[in-house]
Structures are given as structure tokens and as C-alpha cells.
Design a protein around this ligand. Sequence first.
Ligand SMILES: Cc1cc2nc3c(=O)[nH]c(=O)nc-3n(C[C@H](O)[C@H](O)[C@H](O)COP(=O)(O)OP(=O)(O)OC[C@H]3O[C@@H](n4cnc5c(N)ncnc54)[C@H](O)[C@@H]3O)c2cc1C
Length: 495
Amino acid sequence: MSYDQRYSGKIYDVAVIGAGITGSMTAYKLAKYKLSVIVLEKGSDIASGATKANSAIVHAGFDAVPGALKGKLNADGCRQIKEISEKLNVHYDNCGSLVCAFGEADERHLDLLYSRGIANGVEGMRIIRGDELFELEPQLSRECTAALFAPTAGIVCPWGLCIAVCEAAAVNGADFLFSYEAKKVEQRGGYLEINGDDTPIRARYIVNASGLGADLLVENDISPDGEEEPLRLNPRRGEYMLLDTSEGGVAKHTLFVCPSEKGKGILVSPTVHGNVIVGPNAHEVDCRDNTTTTPEGIDEISAGARRLIPHINLRAAITQFAGVRPTPTTKAKDFVIKTSKRFPTLLHAAGIDSPGLACGPAVADYIVGKLGEMGLPLLPNPDFSDSRPPSPCFKAMSDEEKAAAIKENPAFGRIICRCETVTEAEIVDAITRPVGARDLDGVKRRVRAGMGRCQGGFCSPRVTAILSRLLHKDMYDITKKGEGSEILSRPDDRD
Ligand SMILES: Cc1cc2nc3c(=O)[nH]c(=O)nc-3n(C[C@H](O)[C@H](O)[C@H](O)COP(=O)(O)OP(=O)(O)OC[C@H]3O[C@@H](n4cnc5c(N)ncnc54)[C@H](O)[C@@H]3O)c2cc1C
């Protein structure tokens, strides 16, 4: 049966457009009800937009103005991410965060953030200074005069979280269609029809969680409260450097400077995989998919990182990358989760910029609540299983466990990625799981093959061969991240 027949012959209860944190979490939350759900994603995998390239901070919730959706949802999202990560085995660390003040003006800002945090329901915050501060963060600049400590903040693997909840949604019956760009929505009697490149998809309700594409799905269709103009999204790029695990420990918490009108500023933070992340800056770009890095940008984030940790070893950078924020043109700069002006069963989730990752589960609850108000019957699914199949991690096994695993499955004895110690058995699992990997980046995000110091130089050909074997595809058709990113060129293409 072709994909077309499988998906187009059915009227789904809900179609979710976009498999970033907003769409993935929405699919997961909807799986708890007796509903048929399909997720449509333009990219070749889960988390192809802003969710794949951000700071990965689970913000505590003190930044947003109380009363704004961001303020209402952040602390709950932060709490839920911890819970979901434990339940679904996602890399998460409750490392806490410090907003660092450099002088009196900054310290007044800490007071403001503290009072916002209290109003937004953030627990355990304290303003600390002196010995207590430098004991917590020994390498922090001695120019730092005080800091707002938020012990509930954390770090997470953003795509790991999305993959986990999508797998759980799939286990409970949700369908996923990748490399599908929703281009048009039309009302057809009792349902909406989405038209993409080929297959029309029918659904009674649609959630538009398409990130930077959200204002383009239906033209001029999103009216934010208190604004005359329809919502537009401006792409605002943030550049990063990722430091090798040899630098792990240089920052024990997520270290922020005081925020400005441009955002939360350049941070230094540990990552859940033991690296250190430095960035982002914030600059408007002309194109929504402009994720290039620039020498000026890297200089800017380097200077920002040295302000926090003067002796940070930036020569240990193993890669640079950039993500693009969907910054709304509204005055409030808040999330805009609103029913379409044109289609009463289409819900837009737009302008989901930072802290959209941290808010993810709470945004999804809000979306499900809105769908209920719009008439979607929310009957609990008695068969809902809040789990996903376990995934093996060879690196984390004891010597005895490793020996037993190899005895049972010799593919555990074949190391494919040397930097991250990833075995063939784990790569096979990543490809054959529910919503499994279909390309090199998909394997990389699921098991970290290619994430290490050599950035895939050694393992990419081997992973390509495994993908080719398991997907029954020619090696020439294996891609890095979907069509147009083929790894090998055919001999007759080389003329
Ligand atoms: C530089 C930077 C740093 C950030 N740091 C943090 C942080 O530390 N903590 C935090 O909480 N938040 C952070 N954020 C914000 C966070 O990343 C976003 O709020 C969040 O990822 C948005 O998720 P989303 O699912 O709404 O959008 P996206 O992740 O962009 O997902 C939208 C998906 O829709 C797909 N799509 C688009 N158009 C279509 C279409 N027509 N048809 C089908 N699919 C489509 C895209 O391919 C994409 O996969 C940061 C953002 C950036 C850019």
C-alpha cells in the first residue's frame, strides 16, 4: 500500500501540522483521548525547525510578564518536562540556572525577574552573591556582583524529547507523514482538507504548529488580541558554538546575563551530553531558513561567553550552528494560540518563540483545551499507554551487561561511531523503532552517531550503509536530512 492510500483514504479527527515541540507534544497529549491523529511534517524527521537548534534550556519561568501566556505556561511546562523525561527516558538534567548581574542596574533587574517569577509560580528562587555564588559556579567572572538562582530550571535534549513523545503517540496509534508540506486548507462539508505536494489529508480539526510557517498556512488569518494587523513572523537568527566534552564542567548551571529587549542574551550552559553550549546572539535575517553562521556572529558570542567565564576555552569548539526564532510582530511578543478567522475548526499556535521549548507540554495542554472548547470530543482513551519501547545504550552498560548484550546480539560488538561509542545494534534499533530514523541526521539525533568530536567523519559511510540495507534503498538515495541532501553522487552525475 502506498503512503497516499494509507493516509488520504481516511478522515482524521485531528491533523497536526509541524512536528516541532509544539506539534509533537500536542500529538502526545491527544493520544490520551479516543481520537485519530496524524502529524504532517515538512522536514524528513521530527524536530526539523526551531526545536532542533536552540539552547535546550528548560527555563524556570521568571522572564515572562505575569498574565501573558508565556508567564502562565512556563513553570508548568518546566515541571512537566522533568516528569515526562523521567517517564519516557529522555536526557534531562535539573541543573538550575543563574542570571548574573554585573553592577547595580543589573541587580535591580534581578529584583524584577524575581517578582515576575513569584507571580508566575516559580518555586525556590533566591538572589545569591559572594562566596555562595562562586562556590556554586567557581569559574564565573569575579565581576559578577549577584545572581538570581532558579533551582527548578534544567536542560534537556530537545529532539530527544520530541522523538520520545512522538514514539509514545505512535505506539498509541498516531500516524506520521514526513516530507509533507501543507500548502492549502479548504473547507469540505464536515471536514477540512489539507493539500500538500500530492496527498490530500482530511481532518475534522487542524492544529497549525508549523513554527516559522504558521503565518503562511492561511493568509492573514491570525488576529492577535489587541492588534489591528494580522500576525506576521519575523525570522530572528541565533548563532551557537558547541564545545567538546573535555570542557564539560566549566559551567555547572545555565549562566545567563540580564535580558535585554532583544532577548535573554548570550549564555553558557552545560548540555545533557556533557558538552558546553555558548550563544545565541539575536539578529533579524531576511530568509526564514537562514541558519548559516558568520564570523562576526561567532566573535559576538565568544565575547559574550568570556564576559561570563573569562577563561573559557573556546578553541575546544567542535561545531557551530544557528537556529531561527519565529518572532511575532505583536507588541506583547507573546504566543498567539487562536482559532482561525476563516475555518472554525482550525487552531493556530503561532509566535511560539522562546521559551517555547520549556513551555511545550503546557502549550499542548492549552491547545487540547482550546480544541475541546471548539467542539472536539475529548473522551479518555482507556487503552492509552504512557510509554515507548526501551532503547539500548551500549555506552551506559556495565562490562557484564556489555558482554551479555554482545552474546545475545553480535551487532552490539560492532562500534560504528567511535567518538560516542555507538554500536550497530543501537543504529538498527533507531531505524526500526516507531517513527524511526530515515536519514543520517535521524540516526544522529536518536543515538548520537556523528555527534562527537569528528562530527561523523568516521561513521557516516557506515551509517549510510546500514540505512541502505534496512530501508531497502540504494546507497545513492540515502540522505543527510531529506531530499536534496544525498550523501553520494551517482557515477553518471559526476561528469
Ligand atoms: C536560537 C534559539 C534559541 C532558543 N532557546 C530556547 C531555549 O533555550 N529554551 C526554550 O524554551 N526555547 C528556546 N527557543 C525557542 C524554541 O526553540 C521554540 O519556541 C520552539 O522550538 C518552537 O517549537 P515549534 O514546534 O512551535 O516550532 P518548530 O520547532 O519550528 O516546528 C515547526 C515544524 O513545522 C514544520 N513546518 C513548517 N511549515 C510546514 C508546513 N507548511 N507543512 C508541514 N510542516 C511544516 C517545520 O519543518 C518544523 O519542523 C529558542 C529558539 C531559538 C531559535
